[in-house]
Design a protein around this ligand. Structure first.
Ligand SMILES: CC(=O)N[C@H]1[C@@H](OP(=O)(O)OP(=O)(O)OC[C@H]2O[C@@H](n3ccc(=O)[nH]c3=O)[C@H](O)[C@@H]2O)O[C@H](CO)[C@@H](O)[C@@H]1O
Ligand SMILES: C=C(OP(=O)(O)O)C(=O)O
Length: 509
C-alpha cells in the first residue's frame, strides 16, 4: 500500500515538473540533491518525507499533495463512449456575474433565479459578502437572494477572491455612485494575455471616474458633478465595458447614450434586469443604447438570467466529437445561429424544435437534437466577431469539431493573445493542430483521438475542449487541476455522465 502511494506521489511530482518545463537535473539543483534521487522519487523507489514533499511543492510552485476536499480537482475520463438522451443548458456565467455586480445599484432585495453554481459566481459572492452584502441561496439552493447594506465596507474587500475573477471589474460602474474614493484589485480571469481596461477607463470618465493603476490595484476617484455631455463612444465593442457603461448610466439621473455598444447575450440580460429596476433602455440588441437612469434605486426585484450559449456550444461539441445523438434543451438560438449556420454547411445533421421563451420572458430558446454526421472542413476560415458574429468564446470549440471533420480548417482567434496557442494541446490527444502564428491554427481532420494525461490549460474554453477530446478518445485520460473549468460550468462531469459519459472526479490522495 505504502509503495503504491510512493508511485502515485512520484507521478504527481513528475507531471508537475514536466508542466513547468524542468528537467530532473533542474529540480535536483533546486532541492540540493542529485538527479538520481529525483529519478528514484519520481519512480516511487524512494521513501519521501512530508518535509521533502513540501520543498518540492515550493520549488515547482505546485501543490503536489493535498488532504481533504480542499485540494485541486482532477478528472479521469473513460473515453470512446457515445452519449444519448437530453441535457439542459444552465444559466450563463457571464450574465450571472454581471447581474451580481448590478445588485450593488439597488438598495432593495434582489432574487436571481437558477443562478449557475460555478466558481466564478462563488468568487463574486465572496467579494460581495466581504464588503457587507448579504447573500444566500434559497429554494433548496436553486436561487440567490442578495441584500446590500446601507454602507459598503470596501476596506474589507476580499482581494484574493476578487483577483481570481475578471468580473470584479464590473464593480466600477455601480461603485462610482456610492463612493468618492475606492480601490479594486486588478481583474484576473482566464490567462488570455493582456486584456486592457483602457476602454473601461475612457467610458467611465464620462461619469467623473478617474483610475490610476499601481502595483496590482486600481485607485479610483470620482469627481462629483461630472456627467455625460455627449454620447459615450466605446473605443471597442467589448461586453464588460458595455456593461460597465450601462451600470454607470443606470444611476445617472439623466439620459446617457452609449455607442459602439456590444449587444451580446450578457449585455441583453443586464439590460432586461436594469429594466426590472425601473431603468428605461432604448436600443436593446443594437449597438446604440439610450439609458434613462434613476438617481436612487430601491426595488425588490426577481429576475431569471438566461441560458448560456457557450455552454450550449460546448454540449453540442461533446455530441459531435463522440458521434452521438443528443438533445440539448434550452438553447438560446439567437446567440448560436451563426455557429449553427457554419455547422450546417459542414454537414451537421440536426433538428430544431419550436421556439419558446426563457424564464426572463425575452430570450428565445429551442431544443436542439444533434445526430452523428460526416463533417467536412468549412471552406472559409472560422473567426469570431462581436455579436452578431460567431461568438468569441465559441471559437475554441470549432477546433475540436474541425479535428473531427474531413479536411483542413483555419481558425483565426484574433481576439486573445494566447488562446489559439492552447488549442495545440489537442495534439496530445492525437489531433492535427498546427500553430501558424499566435492567433491562427490549422486543424487537419479527421482525428483518431488517443488517451492522455495532462494539466488543464489555464483558460476556460480550451480546457473544456481538451476534456471533450478526452471523451472522444478510447481508453482512460486524466485531466488535472480543473478549477478553470469549474469557473464557468456547473457540475459538468456529473451532467455529462447523466447522458452516458464516464468521468470520475478525484483529488490528490
Ligand atoms: C465576464 C465576461 O462577460 N467575459 C466575457 C467578456 O470579456 P470582456 O468583455 O472582459 O472581454 P475583453 O474586454 O477582454 O475583450 C476581449 C478582447 O477582445 C478585444 N476586443 C473586443 C472587442 C472589440 O471590438 N475589439 C477588440 O479588440 C479586447 O481588446 C480584448 O483583448 O467578453 C469576452 C469576449 O466576448 C468573452 O471572452 C468573455 O467570456
Ligand atoms: C474568457 C472567458 O471568461 P472571463 O472573461 O471570465 O475570463 C470565457 O468565459 O471564456
Amino acid at each position: 500500500m505504502a509503495d503504491d502511494y510512493l508511485v502515485r506521489i512520484g507521478k504527481l511530482i513528475r507531471t508537475a515538473r514536466q508542466s513547468r518545463g524542468w528537467t530532473q537535473n533542474h529540480l535536483a539543483e533546486a532541492l540540493g540533491t542529485s538527479q538520481s534521487a529525483v529519478n528514484r522519487i519520481e519512480r516511487g523507489n524512494q521513501n519521501i518525507s512530508l518535509e521533502m514533499i513540501a520543498r518540492i511543492s515550493e520549488a515547482l510552485d505546485s501543490e503536489i499533495v493535498s488532504l481533504g476536499t480542499g485540494g485541486p480537482m482532477h478528472l479521469r475520463v473513460s473515453g470512446g463512449r457515445q452519449l444519448s438522451g437530453s441535457i439542459d443548458v444552465k444559466t450563463s456565467k457571464n450574465a450571472c456575474v454581471a447581474l451580481l455586480c448590478a445588485t450593488l445599484l439597488n438598495s432593495g432585495r434582489t432574487v436571481l433565479r437558477r443562478v449557475a453554481r460555478i466558481e466564478e459566481v462563488f468568487r463574486i459572492l465572496e467579494v460581495l459578502a466581504s464588503i457587507g452584502v448579504r447573500t444566500r441561496w434559497i429554494n433548496d439552493g436553486a436561487d440567490l437572494e442578495v441584500i446590500p447594506p446601507a454602507d459598503l465596507d470596501l476596506d474589507a474587500l476580499d482581494t484574493e477572491a476578487a483577483r481570481r475573477t475578471r468580473s470584479v471589474i464590473m464593480f466600477l460602474g455601480p461603485l462610482l455612485h456610492r463612493e468618492e474614493r475606492f480601490k479594486l484589485p486588478y481583474a484576473g480571469g482566464c490567462d488570455l494575455g493582456t486584456r486592457t481596461v483602457q476602454p473601461h477607463m475612457s467610458a467611465l470618465r464620462h461619469f467623473g471616474l478617474d483610475i490610476t493603476a499601481t502595483e496590482g490595484t486600481y485607485h479610483c476617484e470620482v469627481e462629483p458633478g461630472i456627467t455625460p455631455d455627449r454620447a459615450i463612444v466605446l473605443t471597442e465593442r467589448g461586453d464588460t465595458v458595455t456593461e460597465n457603461a450601462l451600470l454607470a448610466a443606470a444611476r445617472h439621473d439623466g439620459i446617457s447614450v452609449i455607442r459602439n455598444a456590444s449587444s451580446n447575450y450578457m449585455v441583453q440580460d443586464l439590460c432586461f434586469f436594469l429594466e426590472e429596476l425601473g431603468v428605461r433602455i432604448e436600443g436593446v440588441g443594437t449597438t446604440t443604447l439610450t439609458v434613462h437612469g434613476i438617481k436612487h434605486i430601491d426595488r425588490d426585484v426577481d429576475y431569471s438570467p438566461s441560458e448560456d450559449p457557450v455552454e450550449a456550444m460546448s454540449l453540442l461539441t461533446a455530441a459531435v466529437v463522440t458521434s452521438s445523438e443528443l438533445t440539448i434543451r434550452r438553447v438560446p438560438l439567437e446567440f448560436l445561429e451563426i455557429e449553427l449556420a457554419v455547422l450546417e454547411e459542414m454537414g451537421l445533421d440536426h433538428d430544431r424544435g419550436p421556439e419558446y421563451a426563457a424564464d426572463n420572458g425575452r430570450t428565445r430558446l429551442i431544443d436542439l437534437t444533434v445526430r452523428p454526421s460526416k463533417l467536412q472542413a468549412p471552406i472559409d476560415k472560422i473567426h469570431p466577431m462581436p455579436f452578431p458574429g460567431l461568438n468569441i468564446d465559441n471559437v475554441p470549440f470549432f477546433a475540436a469539431i474541425a479535428a473531427s471533420a474531413q479536411g483542413s480548417t483555419l481558425i483565426h482567434d484574433w481576439v486573445y493573445d494566447n488562446r489559439a496557442i492552447y488549442l495545440t494541446e489537442l495534439t496530445r490527444l492525437g489531433a492535427g493542430v498546427k500553430l501558424l502564428d499566435p492567433h491562427r491554427v490549422l486543424v487537419e481532420g479527421p482525428t483518431r483521438w488517443r488517451e492522455t494525461e495532462m494539466i488543464c490549460p489555464p483558460a476556460l474554453r480550451p480546457a473544456v475542449v481538451v476534456l471533450l477530446g478526452m471523451m472522444a478518445a478510447e481508453g482512460t485520460s486524466v485531466l488535472r487541476n480543473v478549477y478553470v473549468i469549474n469557473r464557468g460550468y456547473e457540475s459538468l462531469a456529473d451532467r455529462l455522465n447523466s447522458v452516458g459519459a464516464r468521468i470520475e472526479t478525484f483529488r490528490d490522495i
